[in-house]
Ligand binder design. Structure first.
Ligand SMILES: [Zn+2]
Length: 286
């Protein structure tokens, strides 16, 4: 699932490539992906792309005259920028991977795509991004939240730190992959309870959050558009590295799996050398 760094990179690419271009047509191929009906897709025609922003994991393509295409890419969604489209024929609604296509006046544009059969990608055409329910409830951005804000947000929810970090109302944009990395960098167990974290641990968690996300944004922005692939993350130390050596201490990265996801951690770095018991996993499942 694209998280803050990947969405930031997509917004950065659109700012370079699409800002200043006019929309020829906004086509919706997956009717269920567009969650709004007013304004209609035709409202985008003739508008100029003036900015691309990120709210948590939401991408916000801003058109002149207060129109926003806000997108949540969900688990398997992505944005593909096309220098040209093979055909001028509008997309037909169907079962293909393309959910939404935006054609721009220089012949380029972008497709919002979703792989797999579970269609969760959500697009909203709105005059105000906070009209999108998922955007309205977002907590502060972890790249800019200072330590007092960060501490207040983490302590606002009692629970396993892994779950609290990924709660979008606590902090906006952290998901399963980067929370594994942040907890590893902060040397904290994913099962640590937020109300028992010391001030020092919260300071370490704050620093790790900014460091991990900041580094990932820098790496993502450094990729060329052709390499901006959602699944291709580099520089991860524990996430998706089960069975491989921890690059910090050499211990074997372990995994706890849930019905539809898993977390990875290093016992030596994070849990005093003890593997996490699977029987506790039920408490992590929402
Ligand atoms: Zn380690």
């Amino acid at each position: 699932m694209p998280e803050l760094p990947e969405v930031e990179a997509l917004a950065g690419y659109l700012r370079q490539r699409a800002v200043g271009r006019r929309v020829d047509r906004l086509e919706v191929a997956a009717i269920s992906a567009l969650k709004t009906y007013d304004p209609p897709p035709t409202a985008a025609t003739g508008r100029t792309v003036v900015d691309a922003r990120r709210h948590g994991k939401f991408l916000d393509v801003v058109f002149d005259g207060d129109l926003h295409l806000v997108v949540h890419l969900a688990r398997a969604g992505w944005l593909h920028y096309r220098e040209a489209f093979p055909s001028a024929t509008p997309l037909r609604p169907g079962k293909g991977p393309i959910a939404v296509r935006v054609r721009l006046d220089d012949g380029s544009g972008f497709d919002l795509t979703e792989a797999g059969t579970q269609k969760k990608l959500a697009a909203y055409l709105v005059t105000d991004p906070t009209a999108v329910p998922g955007v309205a409830k977002l907590g502060p951005d972890p790249l800019t939240a200072d330590l007092p804000t960060f501490t207040e947000r983490l302590r606002s929810r009692r629970g396993r730190v892994k779950l609290v970090l990924t709660d979008q109302a606590v902090l906006a944009g952290v998901g399963n992959a980067y929370s594994d990395e942040i907890l590893h960098a902060a040397k904290l167990s994913p099962y640590a309870l937020t109300d028992r974290l010391t001030d020092d641990q919260l300071a370490a968690l704050h620093a790790a959050t900014r460091q991990v996300l900041g580094d990932a944004v820098a790496r993502s922005l450094g990729q060329r558009a052709a390499e901006l692939k959602g699944e291709k993350r580099s520089g991860l130390k524990v996430h998706a590295r089960t069975g491989l050596p921890c690059p910090v201490c050499g211990d074997t990265v372990r995994e706890v799996s849930f019905s539809d996801s898993s977390l990875q951690y290093c016992p030596t770095c994070q849990t005093g050398g003890k593997p996490l018991a699977d029987r506790r996993l039920s408490r992590l499942v929402r």
